[in-house]
Design a protein around this ligand. Structure first.
Ligand SMILES: C[S@@+](CC[C@H](N)C(=O)[O-])C[C@H]1O[C@@H](n2cnc3c(N)ncnc32)[C@H](O)[C@@H]1O
Length: 320
């Protein structure tokens, strides 16, 4: 892995960040605040945030992937004590920040999913068009791999995963084909799995079906939706009043979780307006800043096709 200093626009061959201006505009409320980039990746968003802050402003970058931590720490080394990289999962966010002496912050960013670097590294086995081991782990210390899922889970559980996390119509047929294939020989590589999926999918649907199957298994291996729920809850506790939460999702399952979380935390107070203090138990903790998700411009999508599916939602923490 090579270290990079970035080009000053938050860009990097490791990963090209999306909606950078929108992220900074919605996230940064205090130039001397402490901000968390909970999905550090290649450090592009973190660099843009750091550049927008004053000399007192700090960013703590969190990622579960040790390769991302090493790369971003190197790239952002010039920011010295204004930047700290920490390896942790969303579900460990509170403890990870507490270990840095931080219990409240001005803003938190989640740019979900995997980085281009993770997708493009064959040995990580994330991608159906790059031969590699059936791994799919963002953090290689995690126990469960994609090979464990496809070679040991029951046909019923596999079908459920493909349906629930891939929204895949041919979930049962594909699950049956996986079980039949593994009876002949264990599925070891991304190509083994892709061949099985192709064998039961009509040619015009193959690319989209493969993407859905790989997404579904990746979500399970990394417990992505559960992690997201826990991360959002932790973020809301960590934000100080007036602090901002910005989340970029790339598929409908994630975006739905974010949207529902924001709605749940919106005020639904039914106390009489003349009552000075809320007693109904529904005061709400978030003000939604984006009624509709922010999406990338045509120009950004042209330059970075990955931006096509990005949906950004932002909210502000209300005072107690
Ligand atoms: C889309 S990339 C972020 C790219 C980054 N914004 C940039 O500018 O380069 C998502 C990153 O989030 C990390 N990630 C995903 N789920 C995570 C979780 N539950 N806990 C910690 N990191 C996670 C991945 O390892 C990946 O590096």
């Amino acid at each position: 892995m090579t270290g990079r200093t970035g080009n000053g626009e938050g860009d990097s061959p490791y990963h090209r960040p999306v909606l950078v201006e929108e992220v900074v505009g919605l996230l940064v409320v205090e130039s001397g605040g402490v901000y968390v980039d909970a999905t550090l990746g290649g450090g592009g968003h973190a660099e843009a945030i750091l550049r927008s802050l004053g000399p007192q402003g700090r960013v703590v970058g969190v990622d579960r992937d040790p390769e991302a931590i090493a790369h971003a720490a190197d790239r952002l080394a010039a920011f010295r004590e204004r930047f700290t990289a920490v390896q942790a999962r969303f579900s460990e966010l509170r403890e990870a920040l507490a270990a840095q002496g931080i219990d409240s912050v001005s803003g938190i960013l989640f740019d979900l999913g995997v980085s281009s670097h993770q997708l493009d590294t064959p040995s990580r086995g994330f991608s159906f068009d790059r031969p590699g081991p059936l791994d799919f782990r963002m953090d290689s210390r995690s126990a469960l791999t994609a090979a464990d899922v496809v070679n040991t889970w029951s046909e019923r559980d596999l079908a459920e995963v493909l349906w629930k996390y891939g929204e895949e119509r041919r979930s049962r047929k594909i699950a049956r084909a996986i079980v039949t294939a593994r009876q002949r020989r264990r599925l070891e590589t991304t190509a083994d799995l892709a061949d099985v999926v192709r064998s039961v999918t009509p040619a015009p649907h193959r690319a989209k079906t493969l993407a859905r199957v790989f997404q579904a298994i990746r979500i399970v291996v990394n417990e992505e939706l559960d992690e997201l729920e826990k991360g959002l809850a932790a973020a809301l506790d960590l934000l100080k009043p007036g602090g901002r939460l910005v989340v970029i999702a790339y598929h409908s399952l994630e975006d739905r979780i974010v949207k529902q979380f924001f709605k749940r935390e919106e005020p639904h107070c039914i106390c009489p307006p003349e009552q000075p203090v809320c007693t109904c138990g529904r005061p709400g903790r978030l003000r939604i800043l984006t009624r509709k998700p922010v999406v990338a411009s045509d120009e950004e999508v042209r330059q970075n096709p990955r931006a096509r599916s990005a949906r950004l939602r932002a909210a502000e923490k209300l005072s107690a």
